[in-house]
Design a protein around this ligand. Structure first.
Ligand code: ADP
Length: 613
């Protein structure tokens, strides 16, 4: 018998649905949060190898505030810049918005100090709400070599600063980030260049995302140096002459770090609860640019492709191989989904975890569940088939036993005793008819098996259905009499049909014997045939145990027996009706069944009438 494997398509359908669900889940707030946490964790797991090299924070700290107060801070800055002049820093980036006048003399001093250093980058900020630029005011603007924006872009979900916008534009004015301008000053590069894939500062380049999403393309993920940036207090610089040496040839980021005064403190993946000051964030950005140490976000289509490949891998694993191997493949692809971000992160690519991992898990779980249930169902079915098959063999051997015993007993009688000629003839006749019955029985079973497997052509001979019914009724009569059942033959159609008479006899006899078998004593079994629209119908109706709708649907399935039949105490194999339906089908007809539990059943063989030529 050909063994048909479980269907493969369902695994691909399950895979596709799971993937769509996982991708949809990847858009949810929770998924974005998980990706964020995972990003922060991997960032700490794979910190940049090199510490900060060039950038130093010149801190306007609590000490400086105490000495100079907010009011005279510009004097302190001027003094600090004066000291710096001799240390010849590569660039000085001032993270303070000098958009308003202060004490006139102090402003003049500061502007003069800036001019002396020459490579000073000032800050501009977008005013929240109006969207206008807050630029350095008239006195300072000409003293600055460049103006950079000081926006960090905290994550909209959790407020953590993971990336910064490379540039910001409003009302026709665009500013590059403060750190980028500082890098330009430090390398004496010309104007910052840009292409769809990168931003260039002299020989330095910063990869950016393809411009399909203009909002995201300007973001740069910052790899924060785990050991932070060196700080020099502005107060120390002013008062301790030696402090300036620590800033020699460095890129200085001047800004507020005072606990009480710094307004722009932000949480970063590295800050472990203590927010980082804006000026330090700019210094980290500068280091990432100067050391060319970037993180690129994996392109969306690559993430999608990975999800599709993982899903295909799992679905194919389940569709093609069996049990533990498919589970192993699912486990491997789950491991791949989790390992991929870790493999790519040290190589500078930030790959999201949630979408691929959700795809891998969901596809794996759904395909496993499907496999489990399908396999379990198949196992149950084959178990049931096996018991029924055993029953069938039991039944066949039992059925064959009675003619065999009769033959055996009779032949022994003949050989042992001197019997009269008449008795010998009678016994010989019995042996003959019993062996013929046995042969017919075997032939019918074999024929039906071969018919089922399509190895045999059906005989095509005309025969009269009326005769078939009469023969079968006579054969079933002793059974009916034993249960005092009235076997009533109704109207019989004289029409012929074409086919195999022996097989049709088997079918009709089976319906009759079932009707008797599954009916209580002293009831009635009706058999009749009639022709309607060229179809000959042989109906056998009884007043027996009947069947409900659920049982009716399964009737005719090989080895199926209703619970009612099992409880009735009547033995059976559940193959008779399946053989009947095959026989009827091979005659180009069908078997109709109607039944009411406890009231009775009516089985009708419907076959085409032979049209006389
Ligand atoms: P068997 O009678 O050997 O079990 P069959 O294939 O002839 O096998 O019948 C299959 C099942 O259909 C029976 O076990 C019984 O549950 C149900 N059945 C068949 N004929 C009748 C009937 N006349 N009334 C009620 N149930 C029937």
């Amino acid at each position: 018998m050909k063994q048909k494997g479980p269907p493969r398509l369902p695994y691909y359908i399950i895979g596709a649905l799971s993937m769509m669900l996982a991708l949809a889940a990847g858009w949810t707030r929770l998924a974005v949060q998980i990706d964020n946490y995972h990003y922060d964790w991997t960032l700490k797991l794979y910190p940049p190898v090199k510490p900060a090299q060039d950038a130093v924070v010149l801190a306007i700290d609590d000490l400086t505030y105490r000495k100079y107060t907010q009011r005279h801070m510009r004097r302190a800055m001027a003094l600090g810049l004066e000291r710096l002049t001799h240390a010849q820093p590569k660039a000085v980036a001032i993270d303070l918005i000098l958009s308003e006048k202060s004490e006139d003399a102090e402003d003049q001093e500061l502007a003069a100090a800036m001019k002396k250093i020459s490579k000073v980058v000032l800050s501009a900020d977008l005013v929240p709400g109006s969207g206008d630029w807050e630029e350095p005011y008239g006195l300072f603007a000409p003293a600055a070599a460049a103006v950079g924006h000081v926006h960090a872009e905290p994550d909209t979900y959790d407020g953590v600063s993971r990336y910064i916008p490379l540039w910001k534009a409003a009302h026709g004015t665009r500013h590059w980030a403060l750190a980028l301008e500082a890098a330009r000053m430090a390398t004496n590069a010309g104007p910052i260049g840009e292409s769809p894939s990168e931003v260039t500062i002299g020989k330095l380049s910063i990869p950016i995302r393809a411009p399909r999403n203009p909002e995201k393309m300007r973001l740069m993920y910052v790899r924060y140096r785990p050991r932070g940036i060196e700080h020099v207090s502005l107060q120390d610089l002013i008062e301790k002459p030696g402090a300036a040496e620590r800033l020699r040839n460095k890129v200085v980021f001047l800004g507020v770090t005072s606990q009480s005064m710094a307004r722009d403190r932000l949480v970063t993946p590295n800050s472990a609860g203590t927010p980082m000051t804006g000026v330090e964030i700019h210094a980290h950005v500068y280091e990432a640019v100067a050391q060319q140490d970037y993180l690129r976000q994996a392109r969306d289509y690559l993430v999608l492709l990975t999800c599709i490949l993982l899903t295909l891998m799992t679905a194919t694993g389940f569709a093609l191989v069996n049990n533990w191997q498919s589970y192993a493949i699912a486990a491997v692809q789950i491991a791949i989904a989790h390992a991929l971000p870790h493999f790519l992160f040290p190589r500078g690519i930030f790959f999201p975890l949630m979408a691929p991992a959700a795809c891998a898990w969901l596809t794996g779980i759904c395909c496993s569940a499907y496999l489990y249930f399908v396999v379990r169902k198949q196992l149950n079915r084959s178990e049931a088939d096996r018991t029924r098959y055993q029953q069938a063999i039991h039944f066949v051997s039992h059925e064959m036993k009675s003619p065999l015993t009769a033959i055996q007993g009779s032949s022994e009688l003949m050989s042992r005793y001197n019997l009269s000629e008449e008795k010998r003839k009678q016994i010989a006749g019995m042996i003959n008819s019993e062996s013929k019955r046995l042969a017919r029985m075997i032939q019918t079973f074999l024929d039906v098996e071969r018919l089922g497997e399509g190895q045999m052509d059906l005989k095509r001979e005309p025969f009269c259905m009326q005769d078939v019914v009469i023969v079968c009724v006579e054969r079933a009569r002793p059974l009916a009499e034993r249960k005092k059942i009235d076997l009533h033959v109704g109207e019989l159609s004289p029409d012929d049909v074409s086919g195999d008479r022996e097989l049709m006899e088997y079918a009709v006899y089976n319906l009759l014997s079932n009707a008797v078998k599954y009916s209580p004593q002293e009831t009635k079994v009706d058999v009749a045939t009639r022709t309607v629209n060229g179809q000959l119908m042989v109906s056998v109706s009884d007043q027996g145990i009947g069947m409900d709708d659920r049982e009716l649907k399964k009737i005719g399935t090989r080895f199926y027996r209703t619970e009612r039949a099992e409880k009735s105490g009547e033995t059976g194999t559940g193959i008779g009706l399946s053989i009947v339906s095959q026989i009827v089908q091979h005659h180009g007809g069908k078997l109709d069944v109607s039944s009411v539990p406890g009231k009775g059943s009516c089985f009708t063989i419907v076959v085409p009438v032979l049209v006389a030529k």
